[in-house]
Design a protein around this ligand. Structure first.
Ligand SMILES: Cc1cc2nc3c(=O)[nH]c(=O)nc-3n(C[C@H](O)[C@H](O)[C@H](O)COP(=O)(O)OP(=O)(O)OC[C@H]3O[C@@H](n4cnc5c(N)ncnc54)[C@H](O)[C@@H]3O)c2cc1C
Length: 409
């Protein structure tokens, strides 16, 4: 009976799914309305000609505490990246062992054009002392924090800017240093991995743990109403509480939030199929030159062979801030850059998909301060409520559920 539903959740990304899971575990009846034809939101994997294409390159950091708590890692068959990176700089490859987890041996492997002895010591200091002062001290942007740490220009430009830019999805490094602190902590404490069958397996696993009638797919919500919601198809489901678990832009619309519209970082991900892998290792490849459209690249089939059909390789190239640029010209520039890295073999690579994701992550120059309770009976969650990541979205879903459960509704 619709009018006895305890909670309606709007949005089936990982935040909404985590919220649903907490409420269901507490014995509540939940209906989750998702506009799309499947759960996952920004974490989806498309099957294209036998290739598994994540909608934008993304990874799970195994040290994420909420992910560890909620997900069954062994069922996901996690495939780790090699701990380290390969940096393209001045027409050469420079291999970095792992500056975050083994700062001393890691930075020792950096060639002088990239990192100095001082950088080695700074990495070591950050590793030992941690990044708490950025978590709890006065807020600043990440670039200022890196400069205040004393990192050399070359260390910032060759490694830190493309690496953190690829994490934040903006390479000005204007993102709050609190996000840098949390990223640093989780990269240092565990593996960087993907599920064998793609990132989309994460929301699928969460959804599979919910009882059968919870999910309502393909049902966009038009508005919130007193005591329920109105769907775009005109139906008006009722519930004791509503949780808005959408991205920041949809949340602002549904909750009729005043103030400036939310800002986002945008990203583009180009997938190529090849007959052989240009690099055989499961590595993160970074553009240390700063020139050319590509920020980072990975051979996904080297990380997980299930990402490509037998005998084929899957390459993902990530481009930041490509918003208004002509798509054909951008593809050509990407191919030119790839050819300068890997030679004539690139001519035989086939473009599988070009994903442009304009609202990829919230642009967070300051730490967010949104409370999960909007007003009695109305709650919110989503990555915009914390320092945006898969894990913060999961945390925010639980926080909204706990806030709801603590209210006498
Ligand atoms: C390309 C890319 C790379 C990333 N890389 C990483 C990474 O490496 N590591 C990491 O931790 N994080 C990464 N992130 C961030 C991470 O994916 C997100 O923070 C997280 O998935 C957000 O989840 P969410 O549930 O808050 O929002 P969403 O996933 O956006 O879910 C919101 C859901 O609400 C639905 N919805 C919206 N409006 C309505 C409506 N009116 N009615 C019904 N449903 C509606 C949407 O369809 C969507 O399914 C990346 C993101 C992108 C896009």
């Amino acid at each position: 009976m619709e009018n006895q539903t305890d909670a309606i959740i709007i949005g089936g990304g990982v935040a909404g799914l985590s919220c649903a899971r907490t409420l269901v575990d507490a014995g509540k009846t939940v209906h989750l309305y998702e506009a799309d034809d499947a759960v996952g939101g920004r974490i989806r994997t498309d099957l294209v000609d036998g290739f598994r294409l994540d909608r934008g390159f993304q990874v799970l950091l195994t040290a994420y505490p909420e992910a560890k708590r909620l997900l069954d890692y062994s069922a996901l068959r996690l495939r780790p990246f090699y701990p380290g990176a390969l940096i393209r700089f001045q027409n050469k490859w420079h291999r970095v062992a792992d500056p975050l987890r083994q700062p001393l041996s890691g930075i020792a492997s950096l060639f002088t054009p990239i990192g100095s002895l001082g950088d080695k010591l700074r990495m070591g200091r950050l590793r030992v002392l941690g990044t708490q002062r950025y978590q709890f001290g006065p807020d600043q942007d990440t670039l200022s924090a890196l400069r205040a740490e004393g990192f050399s220009h070359s260390m910032i430009e060759r490694f830190l800017r493309p690496f953190l830019g690829g994490v934040f999805l903006e390479n000005e490094l204007e993102t709050t240093a609190r996000k840098f602190a949390s990223v640093w902590r989780y990269f240092s404490a565990g593996d960087t991995a993907v599920p064998a069958l793609g990132m989309g397996e994460i929301p699928r696993q969460l959804a599979a743990s919910l009882p059968e009638p919870t999910l309502r797919l393909g049902t966009p919500v038009a508005a919130l109403e007193l005591g329920g919601i109105r769907l775009e198809n005109g139906e008006r489901p009722r519930a004791r509480a509503v949780v808005v678990a959408t991205d920041a832009a949809q949340a602002a619309r549904l909750l009729e939030t005043k103030g400036d519209p939310p800002q986002f970082n945008s990203v583009r991900c180009l997938y190529f199929s090849a007959d052989s892998a240009p690099i055989p290792d499961p590595l993160l490849i970074l553009n240390g030159d700063g020139a050319g459209p590509i920020n980072n690249l990975s051979v996904m089939s080297a990380v997980s062979p299930d990402y490509a059909p037998e005998g084929k390789a899957l390459i993902s190239a990530t481009l930041l801030d490509s918003g208004g640029r002509d798509q054909a010209a951008l593809e050509q520039q990407t191919r030119t850059q790839l050819a300068s890295w890997f030679g004539a073999q690139v001519n035989d690579w086939r473009l599988l998909r070009n994903y442009h994701i304009p609202n990829a992550t919230p642009h967070q120059t300051r730490p967010p301060s949104e409370h999960p309770r909007v007003r009695p009976g109305v709650y919110r969650c989503g990555d915009h409520c914390g320092l945006a990541s898969l894990d913060s979205a999961l945390v925010s879903g639980r926080a909204a559920a706990e806030s709801l459960l603590s209210d006498p509704i």
